[in-house]
Design a protein around this ligand. Structure first.
Ligand code: UDX
Length: 431
C-alpha cells in the first residue's frame, strides 16, 4: 500500500482520495481553502456526492486533510493533481492552479510519480515534465490519468470504470499507477501522455455531440410531428450506436462538457485547425434553452407579467451542482422578458447573485406552481414524478407544463387538464 498526496479537495480530489483510501492507501488531501479543510477535518463533506461521506467516514484512519503542501508531501510516494482548470475568456483552460501545485513539489523525499487527473490541454504533460526536470525532479515519473467519473455516481465510476487510462513515457510510472488501482474493476489502457490527455477531451466532446445530435433531431421532430423519445429509443437499440446520451433536453451543462468542449475547440483553433463540428455542437447547445423559452413565449402569447415556475435548478439530478446549469440561462431569459420566476429544487443552493436574487425559491412544488401561468421541468428530479399533478393543475392559473426533460407521463397530465409541451414532441392539449 502506498502513501499518496492528493492536491485539490473538490469533486475529483475528494472522490479520488476517498477511493484510494478505500483501496487501502494512506492519503493526505491538500486544499488551499481553510474552511474546506476545517470542515473535512470535522467530518463534514462540503459537496453532495452519493456514497462519498460514507467512504470518507469508513476510511478516516487512512485520510488526512491539510492546507500545507509540505505536510502532504512529507511521506508521499505519489502526488495526484486534482485541481480545477476553469475556462479563460479565450476558452482555453486556465492552468494556474495546476502550475502552483507543480511549484509546490519540493521537499518530497519519497516522491516517485506525479499523476495528472485535472483535465488539461494536450501537450501540458510534456511542459510539466520539462518544468519538473528543470526543478531537479527529473527522477520523478509523470502520468496522465484522466477521470471519467460522472457526478452523482462518481464513487461507483471510480471503483468500476469502463477503462483506466494511463498516459506516460515511463514504464515504471505506468506500473506504479496501475498498481494503485488494484481492487478496481476495469481494464488498464496505457498510451502516450498526449494521447491520454486527448482521450478525455475526445470522450467528453463525443458525448456532448451525441446529446446535441439528439437535441437537433428533437427540433426536427417538433417541426414534423415525430416524437424524439420514440425515435431515440429505437435508434439506441442499434448496438453500433448504443442507448446512452441520446436524451433530448434543455442542453448539457455541468462542470465538464461545456468547459471541455470549449477547451478542445480553443486548442484545435490555436493549432490552426477549425473544429467545425464541435463549434456547431457548442452553438446548438447554447441555443437549446433559448429555443425552449421562445416556444413557451409563443404558446402563452408573451412573457411580460407572467408567473413561471422552474422545477429543478441543478444541471442534472442527484447533485447540488449548479455549474453551467441551463436553469440560469432560462431564469435570466424569463426575467429579462419581464416574467416573475419561482424555483424549486431539492438540492440546489444557488448563490445570491443574478438571476437567483430575483427568483422566488419554494421548498414545495405545489407552492412553486401556485398561481403560475406555466411550469417548466428543467431538471429531471425523480421527486417530480410523485407530485400530485391533479392538485398542481388546480393550483395553477393556467395549467401549462413545459417538460424540458420529457420526464412526466403526458397521458396523466392531459387528463388533469394540462397543456403539455415537451422537447422534440408535439404539444398535447387537455382532454
Ligand atoms: C460528464 C461525463 O459523463 C464524465 O465522464 C466526465 O468526467 C465529466 O463530465 P457530468 O458532468 O457529471 O459528467 O454529467 P453527465 O451525467 O455526463 O451529464 C452531463 C450533462 O449532459 C447534463 O447536463 C445532462 O443533463 C446532459 N445530458 C446527458 C443530456 O442532456 N442528455 C443525455 O442523454 C445525457
Amino acid at each position: 500500500m502506498r502513501n499518496i498526496a492528493v492536491f485539490g479537495a473538490g469533486y475529483i480530489g475528494l472522490v479520488t482520495g476517498a477511493c484510494l483510501a478505500e483501496l487501502g492507501h494512506t492519503v493526505t488531501v491538500r486544499d488551499i481553502q481553510p474552511h474546506r479543510v476545517e470542515s473535512l477535518r470535522r467530518g463534514e463533506v462540503p459537496i453532495y456526492e452519493p456514497g462519498l461521506s460514507e467512504l470518507l467516514a469508513n476510511n478516516e484512519d487512512r485520510l488526512r486533510f491539510t492546507l500545507d503542501a509540505q505536510e502532504a508531501l512529507q511521506h508521499a510516494e505519489i502526488a495526484y493533481v486534482c485541481v480545477d482548470t476553469p475556462p479563460t475568456p479565450s476558452g482555453d483552460a486556465d492552468l494556474s492552479r495546476v502550475w502552483s501545485v507543480i511549484d509546490d513539489l519540493r521537499n518530497a523525499p519519497h516522491l516517485a510519480a506525479v499523476v495528472m487527473k485535472s483535465t488539461v490541454p494536450v501537450g501540458t504533460g510534456e511542459q510539466v515534465q520539462n518544468a519538473m526536470t528543470a526543478a531537479g525532479l527529473g527522477h520523478v515519473g509523470y502520468a496522465s490519468n484522466p477521470e471519467f467519473t460522472a457526478e452523482g455516481k462518481a464513487v461507483h465510476d471510480f471503483l468500476h470504470p469502463d477503462r483506466i487510462v494511463i498516459g506516460t513515457a515511463d514504464p515504471v510510472a505506468a506500473e506504479l499507477v496501475a498498481s494503485l488501482h488494484k481492487g478496481v474493476d476495469g481494464p488498464v489502457q496505457t498510451m502516450s501522455i498526449a494521447s491520454a490527455e486527448m482521450v478525455k477531451l475526445a470522450s467528453n466532446a463525443l458525448l456532448a455531440t451525441k446529446i446535441t445530435f439528439t437535441n437537433e433531431i428533437a427540433a426536427v421532430c417538433e417541426a414534423t410531428g415525430a416524437d424524439v423519445e420514440e425515435v431515440a429509443a429505437a435508434v439506441g437499440m442499434d448496438h453500433r450506436l448504443g442507448p446512452h446520451f441520446l436524451k433530448a433536453g434543455l442542453g448539457y451543462g455541468g462542470s465538464c462538457f461545456p468547459k471541455d468542449s470549449r477547451a478542445l475547440r480553443a486548442m484545435a483553433s490555436n493549432s490552426g485547425y477549425p473544429f467545425q463540428l464541435l463549434s456547431a455542437v457548442i452553438e446548438v447547445n447554447d441555443l437549446q434553452p433559448r429555443r425552449a423559452i421562445a416556444r413557451l413565449k409563443e404558446q402563452i402569447g408573451g412573457l411580460r407579467g407572467r408567473r413561471i415556475a422552474l422545477l429543478g435548478l441543478t444541471f442534472k439530478p442527484g447533485t447540488d451542482d449548479m455549474r453551467e446549469a441551463p436553469s440560469a440561462i432560462i431564469a435570466a431569459r424569463l426575467l429579462s422578458e419581464g416574467a416573475q420566476v419561482t424555483g424549486w429544487d431539492p438540492m440546489a443552493h444557488p448563490g445570491a447573485e443574478a438571476p437567483w436574487d430575483q427568483v422566488e425559491r419554494k421548498s414545495d412544488v405545489i407552492d412553486a406552481v401556485t398561481d403560475c401561468d406555466a411550469a417548466m421541468v428543467v431538471t429531471e428530479w425523480p421527486e417530480l414524478v410523485d407530485v400530485d399533478w391533479a392538485k398542481a393543475a388546480q393550483a395553477m392559473k393556467n395549467p401549462l407544463l413545459f417538460d424540458g426533460r420529457n420526464l412526466l407521463n403526458r397521458q396523466d397530465l392531459v387528463r388533469y387538464g394540462f397543456t403539455c409541451m415537451g422537447v422534440g414532441r408535439i404539444t398535447a392539449l387537455p382532454k
